[in-house]
Design a protein around this ligand. Structure first.
Ligand SMILES: NC(=O)c1ccc[n+]([C@@H]2O[C@H](COP(=O)([O-])OP(=O)(O)OC[C@H]3O[C@@H](n4cnc5c(N)ncnc54)[C@H](O)[C@@H]3O)[C@@H](O)[C@H]2O)c1
Ligand SMILES: O=C(O)CC[C@@H](O)C(=O)O
Length: 528
């Protein structure tokens, strides 16, 4: 497959991608050129410079995954990607330390006027009185967003004997307390902090979080640090607050417009420390994010679930360990169920029995939907968009869970209801990873769901299976495996044959016409 890398990422990451795919590195592409090129690629790797707009995503006919070598995905139209079934993944941890340390460097530079003093010395001056700073010890730091970087900064501030207040409505007070951090409301941070540092994503909620009105509520003389995202602070309002003496200074790494607009009001203010989005720019972080994103891209291109995808509900590692072995069989059960069905699918019910019922199984249900919708739709259906595509088609999906199980340690049962009837498929794993279908429409079977499967419910009388075998033989189609499933009540059985090739329509018609055959379906398990 073909991968386009459109921002500078470490060679170590590119080498990983090249182990399995063709990689083109094309930097600084004008937007229209990216739109023109993207149809040729299966994956795109970016940092923060490339803007992956709706136009790019709409033009991307075979794009499967966009990898962001870093954290923020605000340069990618994630909604457009999700609708198109394109996975967006990031490398959330590789640059945490770099951004944490850069924040500390910015805060200290701001407190001690280091860039201004440096410039003064370089210009031949020796002005010790002009650059008197403030100490961090004993001051209060307000952290907005207590995630990876916010937490790292808070820990370092505590080591410097600062008091730390944090605002983050999405974490628990217990989490903060364990770190010795006081979790408070936004306005309390504003009123109490001598330094405020931003570590939030840029979202509809956080855009302009720090505007004119916010500066009216801060402690006079506060110092502001932003190594998160430009749009979180209104730059004009900040410049004004510095000029008015409300804010003593600001250290800013990220800007509303990057590269910085020459008209940016912060450029005209003295008491600022500015860096050109350098938070992630350490040798270690660049290797870290490039390797992480490359590994994520390879997993995504293999069609396996990606733990760093931002447009799939995140699955914790301990849950993934339990469900991952079942993803394949779940998808194949969906595929088998849709082949059994006639008519419009109305509901899909997935029942989980056994220990598997104790974990979050939504990704397995998504795998069932992926398997079910894949064979009937032209569009790409994957872990990203399968629930949305099902909903869009009016299919209601639900889960049933019970720890009780009769014959298997874990059993998955898919039931689908259409406007013409109902079908069911049950499946499990033998050993650690051998997928098995153990029931089809109430008939007990033991089927390896791979290759081509011919399924034929029939009246339980001699000669029928022989006739089907003869038809296949006459058309030189090899049978690789065969079994007959029965129900408790006699009368009908089901034959399940693994055949070594696709069966042309005339062959299927002949099989369906065999006296006693109640229907015949061919399932292709070679799921892409
Ligand atoms: N300057 C750089 O080069 C650089 C490098 C890495 C990360 N970043 C940016 O730093 C930011 C933080 O990164 P991270 O890895 O710590 O992310 P994270 O996801 O670990 O943490 C973000 C935190 O913000 C909180 N949050 C979200 N919305 C909020 C809101 N409305 N109010 C308060 N809190 C809110 C979340 O609960 C979360 O705890 C991101 O914007 C990222 O893009 C910048
Ligand atoms: O790519 C970069 O250098 C910036 C990355 C950083 O802003 C991030 O969000 O990870």
């Amino acid at each position: 497959m073909k991968i386009l890398v459109s921002d500078p990422v470490s060679e170590k990451g590119i080498a990983i991608l090249r182990q399995e795919h063709d990689v083109d590195v094309k930097l600084k592409l004008p937007p229209e050129e990216l739109v023109a090129l993207i149809p040729g690629y299966d994956a795109l790797v970016v940092r923060s410079e490339t803007k992956v707009t709706k136009a790019v995503i709409e033009a991307a006919d075979k794009l499967k995954v966009i990898g962001r070598a870093g954290v923020g995905v605000d340069n990618i139209d994630v909604d457009a990607a999700t609708k198109k079934g394109v996975i967006v993944l990031n490398a959330p941890e590789g640059n945490t330390m770099a951004a944490t340390e850069h924040t500390m460097a910015m805060m200290l530079s701001l407190a001690r006027n280091i860039p201004q003093a440096h410039q003064s010395v370089k210009s031949g001056e020796w002005q010790r009185g002009k650059f008197v700073g403030v100490e961090m010890r004993g001051k209060t730091l307000g952290v907005l967003g207590l995630g990876r970087i916010g937490t790292g900064v808070a820990k370092r501030a505590l080591a410097m004997e600062m008091k730390v207040l944090a605002y983050d409505p999405f974490i628990t007070a217990d989490h903060a307390r364990a770190l010795n951090i006081e979790l408070v409301e936004f306005d309390e941070v504003l009123a109490g902090a001598d330094f405020i540092t931003m570590h939030l994503p840029l979202t509809a909620d956080t855009k302009g979080l720090f505007g004119k009105e916010t500066f009216k509520k801060v402690k006079p003389g506060v110092r502001i640090v932003n190594c998160a995202r430009g749009g979180v602070i209104d730059e004009a309002a900040l410049a004004e607050a510095i000029k008015d003496g409300i804010v003593a200074g600001a250290a800013i790494d990220v800007f509303e417009k990057e590269p910085i607009d020459p008209a940016n009001p912060l450029l005209a203010v003295d008491k600022v420390v500015l860096t050109p989005h350098l938070g992630a720019s350490t040798a270690e972080a660049q290797v870290g994010v490039a390797v992480d994103v490359a590994e994520g891209i390879l997993v995504a291109l293999r069609g396996e679930p990606v733990t760093t995808a931002v447009n799939i509900a995140p699955v914790p590692a301990h849950v993934m360990t339990v469900i991952k072995p079942y993803l394949g069989v779940a998808e194949k059960m969906g595929c088998l169920a849709v082949h059994l069905a006639d008519g419009r699918i109305e509901t899909v019910e997935v029942e989980y029995n056994g220990q598997i019922s104790e974990v979050d199984t939504r990704m397995l249900t998504t795998a069932v939907l992926k398997g079910l919708l894949g064979p009937i739709l032209q569009e790409t259906v994957n872990y990203v968009n399968a629930p949305g595509v099902a909903k869009g088609r009016g299919i209601k999906a639900k889960e049933i869970k019970s720890k009780e199980t009769a014959n298997f340690a874990n059993l998955l049962t898919v039931r689908i209801r259409t406007d013409k009837g109902s079908h069911m498929v049950a499946g499990t794993l033998f050993g650690k990873e051998e997928a098995r279908i153990v029931m089809i429409d109430g008939y007990r079977v033991d089927v390896d769901p791979s290759g081509w499967l011919l399924i034929g419910p029939h009246i339980d009388k001699p000669g029928i299976i022989g006739k089907v075998g003869t038809i296949l033989g006459e058309h030189s189609i090899n049978i690789a495996g065969m079994q007959v499933g029965r129900t408790e009540t006699a009368g009908t059985s089901i034959m399940v044959m693994t055949v070594e090739a696709d069966l042309p329509t005339p062959v299927m018609l002949k099989i369906k016409a065999v006296d006693g055959i109640l229907g015949a379906k061919l399932v292709n398990f070679n799921i892409g």
